[in-house]
Design a protein around this ligand. Sequence first.
Ligand SMILES: Nc1ncnc2c1ncn2[C@@H]1O[C@H](COP(=O)(O)OP(=O)(O)O)[C@@H](O)[C@H]1O
Ligand SMILES: [Mg+2]
Length: 313
Amino acid sequence: MNASATAPRPARDFGKVAVLMGGTSAEREISLMSGTNVLEGLLRKGVDAQAFDPADRSVFELERAGFRRVFIALHGRLGEDGTVQGALELMKIPYTGSGVMASALCMDKVRTKLVWLGSGVPTPRHVIVTAQSDWTAVAAQIGLPLIVKPAHEGSTLGLTKVESVEKIAGAYELAARYDSLVLAEEFIHGTEFTVGILDDAALPVIRIEAPQGNYDYQHKYFSDATHYHCPCGLPGAQEKELQALTLRAVAALGCRGWGRADLMLRADGKPFLLEMNTSPGMTGHSLVPMAARAAGITFDDLVVRILESAHAG
Ligand SMILES: Nc1ncnc2c1ncn2[C@@H]1O[C@H](COP(=O)(O)OP(=O)(O)O)[C@@H](O)[C@H]1O
Ligand SMILES: [Mg+2]
């Protein structure tokens, strides 16, 4: 048989690679889509990769099964939050993305904001809210409209834009279904952007144009009503400023390898960091692959580069 007709040889021999996908978080379905895409990309590049779902098998089986390297395509708790990263460090298996500390920190939007506030990285004003909160006082402190969101969830789950004091309690109750820690945040009127990180550098900025008032899960992931622009349409110098700010925000959190920061550019030109995603989506609608493409990096090259940046702690 002609050897060249078999699977392409990988640029580097990574050994047996596990793509962690699925898991038990609220974002399981998105993770399965991300992981399947990643797996297919790695296989096309000739990497000896296999799917591994921590909902089916303990991650501690990775070591016995002979996996040499792990691509983490899990989103949310028990995957993006430092727990799996810690388990992999105990097993000394190199893994993609941020380490234990930064993964755990970025999972918590309140603590992320505290680090940014302490580092001079602009982020919208916020207050932690509880069932005992005085909603009139919250509205007076933060202003209306405001955003109510759970501190630990992703994919806009449990997030509401609130226009009046009477609606804050209901928004709190929804967010509290997802999380015991809930924040109310100043609503930033302006334009939404997201900045992908690859090999600790910023990718081209993406501008997100969502239909008015739609901040929900369905729209973000399954609808064609949201438009993404890359190139983002900002003047070059302003795009570079957003990239530089994102790199400062990422450095303050101690993130590593790859990721994606969400931010708002207020109508007066002032940027605000919303959150940092340490294991961003890799689905057909996902934004890091879109930004990479704009930088001339194909999806398959992207997944190999992320895998190359894996570290053992
Ligand atoms: N303070 C805010 N001002 C304006 N829009 C916001 C604000 N916070 C969140 N949003 C909107 O909600 C979306 C989801 O919020 P985000 O904080 O990124 O959480 P997650 O993506 O984890 O659900 C953002 O992409 C943005 O469209
Ligand atoms: Mg977000």
